[in-house]
Ligand binder design. Structure first.
Ligand code: ADP
Ligand code: MG
Length: 351
């Protein structure tokens, strides 16, 4: 851990911060693995104070810092801007790690989805103005397409460097007010397969609402990470054999489902949906759809219309697949015809 995590971290940081440099603000979240606060970073290198987010991580803090350092270097706009990390004590086992990010904005995709006007509340950020299309399925599809495209582009960059996020869900997608796009947050459950960090997945880390049926990124036959340098050589091979990136792709499918179907934005409905899809339909989304249509389920009607506009349904079906190898990769999903549909310039510019 010392060689592979601490050394690169210290090299990358221009200035070392400590707890005293921050004015702590409101608590935003508190989960099993840490607590998240808003805060102000006083006097960053003599500059103006900065709005930041601070997470006090109980476990896996060093690994989360590692993932963020790597994302900052290889794909700065794909994830929330990482500022720094420091240890509370003297680096002893059990010390908390503090992680600091730039404050990106007020709303995650989950916050926006809970509002009645979703997805229209994404328009200003994603297009810079309201779309000039009558409200309805076609306009919703135009917005969802761009939102999903941004999520996929961010994931494509993660996967390209060997990072599997493993906790893709609307709560972990932030709408950046600074950059007017969707970025990934919360690499607390991520795995870096090139160097073997967090390679053995902890099942209790996974959110069952969004995790694929297998729940593991690697097949159970590859039980343990080899020592880091060996992993670096082997992992391209393992990657091809196991397609660990497809773990995230199933979760992307669930995110698209929730964006399209308002009823699935409620926790209990989503849990019930997952159970039904598995037990009654064997993860066959088309079979589920036929049943919903036969029963004339009003709650799903508009969602089907949104996805039928230009082939979104086909994309969704290629993400929600039982077999990881049948799921599209992020790169393949971005090449799907759904994204080939161009929102006319006149519509975006309003001329
Ligand atoms: P947890 O481990 O508690 O899920 P997250 O990293 O997901 O921690 O952060 C919790 C919440 O804090 C997020 O859902 C989001 O509302 C907010 N948040 C996290 N990072 C940022 C950021 N960079 N900018 C703005 N809000 C953030
Ligand atoms: Mg989170």
């Amino acid at each position: 851990i010392d060689t592979y995590i601490r050394a690169p971290l210290q090299r990358a940081r221009s200035k070392v911060y400590a707890k005293e440099d921050f004015d702590m603000g409101k608590k935003l979240a508190s989960g099993g693995f840490g607590t998240v606060y808003r805060a102000t970073l006083r006097d960053p290198d003599g500059g103006a104070p900065r709005d930041v987010i601070i997470k006090k991580a109980k476990e896996f803090g060093e690994a989360e810092a590692w993932m963020n350092e790597r994302m900052t270097r290889v794909a700065p706009k794909a994830a929330a801007e990482f500022v720094t990390a420091f240890s509370e004590g003297r680096g002893k086992v059990g010390d908390s790690t503090w992680l600091v990010w730039a404050y990106e904005g007020d709303d995650t995709l989950a916050d926006l989805m809970q509002k009645k006007e979703f997805p229209y509340n994404l328009e200003q950020s994603l297009f810079g103005r309201e779309l000039n299309i009558p409200k309805g399925p076609e306009r919703k599809a135009a917005i969802l397409r761009v939102a999903l495209q941004q999520l996929l582009a961010a994931l494509e960059k993660c996967h390209a460097v060997g990072i599997v996020h493993r906790d893709i869900k609307p709560q972990n997608c932030i709408l950046s007010e600074r950059d007017q796009c969707i970025k990934l947050i919360d690499f607390g459950a991520a795995a870096d397969l090139r160097v073997g960090i967090n390679y053995v997945p902890n099942q209790y880390l996974l959110d069952p609402r969004y995790a694929p049926p297998q729940q593991y990124i690697m097949s159970k036959q590859t039980p343990r990470a080899p020592p880091a340098p060996v992993a670096a050589l082997l992992s391209p091979v393992l990657w091809r054999l196991n397609a660990p990136d497809r773990f995230d792709m199933y979760s992307v499918g669930v995110v698209l489902l929730q964006m399209a179907f308002p009823v699935l934005r409620q926790d209990n409905t989503l849990v019930q949906f997952n159970k039904t899809l598995a037990e009654q339909y064997g993860w066959n989304l088309n079979a589920w759809r036929r049943a919903m249509e036969r029963r004339d389920e009003k709650a799903y009607k508009e969602g089907f219309a949104v996805l039928d506009a230009d082939g979104g349904w086909d994309l969704l079906c290629q993400l929600i697949q039982y077999d990881p190898f049948n799921r599209l990769s992020a790169t393949a999903a971005l090449a799907h015809p759904w994204f080939g549909v161009v929102t006319p310039a006149a519509v975006v510019s309003g001329t």
